[in-house]
Design a protein around this ligand. Structure first.
Ligand SMILES: Nc1ncnc2c1ncn2[C@@H]1O[C@H](COP(=O)(O)OP(=O)(O)OP(=O)(O)O)[C@@H](O)[C@H]1O
Length: 253
């Protein structure tokens, strides 16, 4: 199994508050890795390091490395341009957040940033991304209508299409189903399962059943530390750490 990214001795500070403490984690290529743990443990903070989202706010500071393979680039290195990283590592948020634009323009937006403006190429890439996000059939006749006219589940699939369009290597999902009903949740879970064939996926979830259903690897965090990570089956059936055992049996969190 090859690794797409390896987190090595990562510390992260929000100003004077240290939210990640010496985190180590290997992210397997074209597999789903779930980050779980009690509220405030640092799951979202770690996820946002992968595409340098923290750089949007002053006073945030990284120490350590996240090596991106195969070229061995340190994602959190000062010399690396966060915009370039965000094109290579897409993100889908908890609440669907389409832009106030048409369905087509939402998906096309990442392509334009990438310098792709040929209309035929843009149209092809938009269609491909909408197909990959299992949304094409529902929207193909209303591509020029506002994205706000879509249901919550459709908006979330649109945001997935928008993340896929620039052809990223990794996709980060931050609790992507917590604002959705069970049917829309099931569709997103099926989609994650399909996307795994082509993309490396890291997903933050509050829901242990979801982690068990959709991930290949699970990582458990507590108070900013990486407590344990391993294959999902092994993790849930035979946890090595006492804290992990307590968490998955519902004794805290
Ligand atoms: N912008 C911020 N400034 C200062 N501290 C922050 C900021 N964002 C998060 N934190 C703190 O960092 C720690 C980790 O937060 P984070 O959001 O990563 O946790 P989480 O595990 O994703 O929690 P949840 O499951 O509740 O979303 C918490 O103590 C939180 O209060």
């Amino acid at each position: 199994m090859s690794h797409r990214a390896v987190v090595e001795g990562l510390n992260f500070h929000y100003g004077t508050f240290q939210a990640l403490k010496d985190v180590n984690l290997a992210i397997a290529d074209r597999q789903v890795t779930a980050l779980i743990g009690p509220s405030g443990c640092g799951k979202s903070t770690l996820l946002r390091c992968f595409n340098r989202m923290h750089d949007l706010y002053p006073g945030n500071r990284y120490e350590g490395r996240i090596q991106l393979y195969p070229e061995n680039l340190n994602i959190v290195g000062d010399e690396v341009d966060p915009m370039q990283i965000r094109l290579r590592i897409g993100m889908v948020f908890q609440k669907p957040n389409p832009f106030p634009k048409s369905i087509f323009d939402n998906v096309a937006s990442g392509l334009l940033i990438r310098g792709i403006s040929n209309r035929k190429v843009v149209a092809e890439r938009v269609e491909l991304a909408l197909r990959q996000a299992a949304l094409w059939d529902e929207v193909k006749d209303r591509l020029n209508q506002s994205a706000y006219g879509l249901s919550g589940g459709q908006q979330q699939r649109l945001c997935i299409a928008r993340a896929l369009a620039p052809n990223p290597e990794m996709i980060l999902f931050d609790e992507p189903t917590s604002a959705l009903d069970p049917i829309a949740t099931a569709r997103i879970e099926e989609l994650v399962d399909e996307l795994r064939r082509d993309y490396t996926i890291v997903i933050v979830t509050h829901n242990m059943q979801q982690a068990a259903r959709i991930s290949n690897f699970t990582a458990f965090m507590h108070l900013g530390h990486m407590v344990e990570y391993g294959s999902t089956l092994e993790f849930f059936t035979n946890p090595k750490n006492e804290k992990t055992h307590e968490y998955i049996t519902g004794r805290f969190g």
